[in-house]
Design a protein around this ligand. Structure first.
Ligand SMILES: NC(=O)c1ccc[n+]([C@@H]2O[C@H](COP(=O)([O-])OP(=O)(O)OC[C@H]3O[C@@H](n4cnc5c(N)ncnc54)[C@H](OP(=O)(O)O)[C@@H]3O)[C@@H](O)[C@H]2O)c1
Length: 289
């Protein structure tokens, strides 16, 4: 039995869809989680902050794939509790139930020069897992896109609906967006015990400037709109105002996360985990067809 935490999220539901064909899966979900896409799995209601629920969820489990996170929230307490306290609780539960193998889904935000609260607390959680004595493999994806990816849907909606497309600062910050299926493949391959103790960056091979990403999406959608560069300071102020909105497009975490040039070597992903990530161009063809 494999326990998947964060199974109802974007990565979780796509991973579970693949895994459930060959493994028995228990999904850690909350009473508020959307579980429609978790058919064929055992639903276990719990919470990363509820030690007892994690203790029960990890019983008779051979491996945990840990995906829980809060993405896009600038709230330090929420980030700390979910990522750091959650990691401590999960490690304790795994040790009590002798679950040795854990695949931790981290993020390239932990490697940024200026880290937001998400990157800082995810890095703290990585440290806890690394020192836990459990058999850990860590996966660090860059921005993940896919048909049902919340961040990607928001980006595409903004491009479709706005008369112009706002871009961050110079628009020259580079990213290596990765297709959801490549992330799922990396997680599944990482389950092999030969990757214990290893960390893999999961990203597309070629860094792309944000403006280029926007232009590529526009081209696929068959629309042409001006890109207006907005100073980072202004975006941070706007994110402060948007805090009042439910599900805001801009948060401080998003602005800080996107306004940095990030370039990664994905050769270990290709050579060791044997995942050849799609180019953003090829991935877009599938996602926006
Ligand atoms: N998406 C990206 O672009 C991206 C990039 C790099 C790394 N990652 C990493 O990939 C992993 C999965 O991300 P995702 O995009 O799938 O995120 P997501 O769609 O926001 O899903 C987050 C999941 O965490 C669950 N969750 C949050 N707080 C919880 C708590 N206290 N107890 C139990 N469950 C809780 C959510 O449950 P509910 O359904 O109940 O809300 C949901 O299932 C994360 O570790 C993230 O850091 C994602």
């Amino acid at each position: 039995m494999i326990l998947v935490t964060g199974a109802s999220g974007f990565v979780g539901r796509n991973l579970v869809k693949k895994l459930v064909k060959k493994e028995k899966i228990r999904c850690l979900v909350r009473h508020t989680s959307n579980t429609r896409q978790l058919k064929g799995t055992e639903l276990f209601y719990g919470n990363m902050l509820d030690k007892e629920s994690l203790f029960k969820a990890t019983k008779d489990v051979s491996m945990v794939i840990h995906l829980v996170a809060v993405i896009g929230s600038a709230d330090y307490k929420l980030n700390f509790e979910t990522h750091v306290t959650g990691a401590k609780n999960l490690i304790e539960a795994c040790k009590k139930n002798r679950v040795k193998r854990v695949i931790v889904i981290s993020t390239t935000s932990t490697l940024a020069k200026i880290r937001n609260n998400y990157g800082t607390t995810k890095a703290m959680a990585d440290q806890l897992f690394a020192k836990s004595g459990l058999a850990i493999t860590t996966i660090k994806p860059d921005f993940i896109y896919g048909k049902d990816g919340n961040g990607f849907i928001k980006l595409v909606d903004t491009i479709k609906k706005r008369p112009f497309m706002p871009s961050l600062g110079s628009g020259k910050y580079r990213k290596q967006p990765v297709h959801i299926d490549d992330v799922v493949a990396a997680i599944i391959n990482a389950m092999n015990k030969k990757f214990i103790g290893k960390t893999y960056i999961v990203a597309s091979e070629k860094p792309i400037e944000i403006d280029t990403m926007i232009k590529m999406i526009m081209k696929r959608l068959g629309i042409k709109k001006p890109i207006i560069h907005i100073p980072i300071k202004f975006l941070l102020a706007a994110s402060y105002v948007m805090k009042m909105k439910k599900n805001p497009l801009l948060t401080k975490a998003v602005v800080l996360g996107l306004s940095q040039d990030c370039v990664y070597d994905v050769q270990p992903l290709i050579k060791e985990l044997k995942v050849i990530p799609r180019s953003f161009e090829d991935g877009l063809k599938e996602v926006l067809n």
